[in-house]
Write a protein that binds this ligand. Sequence first.
Ligand code: HDD
Length: 698
Amino acid sequence: MAASKPTGKRAPATTSADRDSRGQGDELHQLAGGAHPVLTSNQGIPVADNQNSLRQGPRGPTLLEDFLLREKITHFDHERIPERIVHARGSAAHGFFELTRSLGKVTRAKILTEVGVKTPVFTRFSTVAGGAGSVDTPRDVRGFAVKFYTREGNWDLVGNNIPVFFIQDAIKFPDLIHAVKMEPDRAFPQAASAHDTFWDFVSLMPESMHMIMWAMSDRTIPRSLRTIEGFGIHSFRLLDEEGNSTFVKFHWRPKLGLQSTVWDEALKLQAADNDFHRRDLFEAIQRGDFPEWELAVQLFTEEQADGFPFDHLDPTKIIPESLVPLQVIGRMVLDRWPDNFFAETEQVAFCPANVPPGIDFSNDPLLQGRLFSYLDTQLIRLGGPNFNQIPINAPKCPFANHQRDGHMQMQVPKGRVAYDPSSLQEDSPRETPTGFRSHASADDGRKGRTRAESFADHYSQARMFFRSLEKPEQAHLASALVFELSKVETEKVRVRTVSHLRNIDEGLAKRVADGLALGTLPAPAPTATPAQDLPAAPEVRVIGRNKPLLQGRCIGILFDEGSDARVIANLRKSAEKAGASVKLVAPKIGGATLSDGKTQAADGQLAGTPSVVFDAVAVVLSADAGKALAKEAAAVGFVSDAWAHLKAIASDEGAQALLKAARVGNDAGTVEAEDSKAFLAAAATRQWAREPKLRLLA
Ligand code: HDD
């Protein structure tokens, strides 16, 4: 047998002794008779038979002696670790951050001052409420957590796709999460806020009302993870060389603009593809269509903050861009899917307390509690204090200290000195004057479980949010409230929620009360401070901030026997040229013979590839196929859903029987399949003008 080269990746050698023994072993472990490495036990023992356990005779009992069987099964039994209590379902990717504009005037953090340097990042997106195996597309906030492996240690910006939060104090977080998660006695609903305990809690918590507006908006039903914004939410501090402080809020803005689904589409996506967002992110990265975001900051001083009509330490408030404009300082590109989901996406551990010198915390009471929670949860989730040595969590810069031992210690420190100060070993790690320093803030006050009066206004920004939305978005928000509250069994909870809406917008309260057939409106909830009418904040919109781009969108073409090959080829070519991806759907996965006599395979079979997975569709059919498919529910659903979800539909003559069966009307979004230019223009956006014809909006 000739020795063959191993193809698997090898762990880096640590010591010369290790190298020697591995060198000897390597020869043995390459004798697999092919290009692959030898299968071994975890102790490196080569395995001769991985199909049969050790038995006393061919039909006899299995022997305890079988250490290979026991090792394999034991390892399998321990494959699962506790899932995250929140944000359990996530998808992540590697990439880089590049600073384009220095913040050198206000911070000494190298990540924010070294223009042009590409810093590796690992970014994990998540839903909040569902378990690890839940669907990707519930109505839910999305986590947006970025680990920057900076030259000065790891910086974790652990944010969401919404710039405010439900509660003002971390002490309420366990209650909030218990209320939104599945109810403890019945274990449902999974990944949904539409149930009694959630609305009971938030309707008793007026501070959550601003976040409720965002949560019921189209922001929480995104089309793609590539089309969401991200926010650091809290005010952080930036510190310069002298220790002077400037406050900062961080914003991620997607290059593709914002895009959402409509609610009926989101519901159907849950059935069509549990992994819709994960697959979309994976496929985009695999085809080189790398998702990209701008990083922008809002910078402001303590004096400016004192003049704001709200408290910037209150995480239920945004700082409107009209007050403090955004400055774009860099970009993040995600260009590599992880090699292994568990090792990277599951084991990654983010913590808002991970900040390099030059970045520091504010006194936001939610942030202060978060600084404790993440490390604490990771100790149990990842099994001990050395999880920072797992490759995805380890800094990419050198790190050294005197922390020792513990479960799963991977390092083999040398020498006698494991303490500081010391004089026995010159090369032991020491402090540096340029290391991390906290801002020398002069906080003072009486001890007590109090909340600042400046945190008391719970409705003004909720009103500002609702009134800043475009009309279709306002209707979606009202419908979302009606949908959620209709799932609430306890009437007093529905009523109490509407009593808060009256403080936000009377019109909204009426629409929701009407949608619930509530009868008379309840009295407005008591307020600590009356709601103010604030200037509109257009930045909170989704529809107004869509970009009419084909890039990043996916077009589905439905075809069958005898479909016009030229029309399909033309649509495909022009869509791909404009940056869209194209998938062909047919009643059979093997495809069909087109008008040119050639067989065209399908990317998806009709019954398993409904139009909800596409941004726009084209239906190119022979007259016979059109008539036949008019009697096929999956085909009718394909077209009628595209119509109902406000998508562009291109069709040819043969498809008309099917379009008729699907009751598709005529508008700017319905075009001739021959006219690829008109189709691509319509496909770059949703047909919002169609919506009032289709839905009795609440
Ligand atoms: Fe949190 C995970 C974001 C408040 C406690 N949080 C977690 C993740 C994100 C956020 C994105 C998932 C990270 C990942 O992908 O692994 N959390 C937020 C935001 C908040 C927030 C934007 C408010 C502004 N969180 C918050 C509070 C507490 C926690 C107030 C507790 C007092 N969060 C946790 C946690 C998690 C977590 C229990 C679960 C898994 C983990 O940390 O590693 O510690």
